[in-house]
Design a protein around this ligand. Sequence first.
Ligand code: HEC
Length: 122
Amino acid sequence: MFRKTISAAIAVAALVAMPSLATADADGAKLFKKKCGVCHSTDAGKHKVGPSLAGIVGRKAGTVAGYKKYKALKGSDLVWDDANLDGWITDPKKFIGKKTAMSGKLKKEDERKAVIKYLKGL
Ligand code: HEC
């Protein structure tokens, strides 16, 4: 009787733990930290070499308050949807067609997807 209860508890714990291991979020967060975190914070108002990326998805490019170092994105007409973000992080310079201080690139599509998903959750 006691044993059965324990194994049931373990089974439930495993079920609860599994989805969080399987989602792309974990990867996205890790990739972000590794590939973007040097230049970008995810705290609103905290800027590094690049602007804070808190709430960036759906926002007009080059408009984060308090960040003064925009170059290529200044005055652009872009809005950060999935497609634009994907193009930008594939190759910022090629995407915008101008010189930019952003050098972060993600070559793999699944990595870009994971990072974009992560950005959406900020
Ligand atoms: C070497 C520093 C650096 C790295 C690494 C970097 N960025 Fe950037 N990022 C910048 C700079 C600088 C800008 C502003 C670009 C400009 O205006 O020319 C920027 C701008 C952006 C913007 C647009 C922000 C806005 O306000 O419109 C997004 C989105 C972004 N970066 C995402 C990323 C992601 C995702 C990664 C990782 C894959 C990344 N960046 C890696 C420096 C960096």
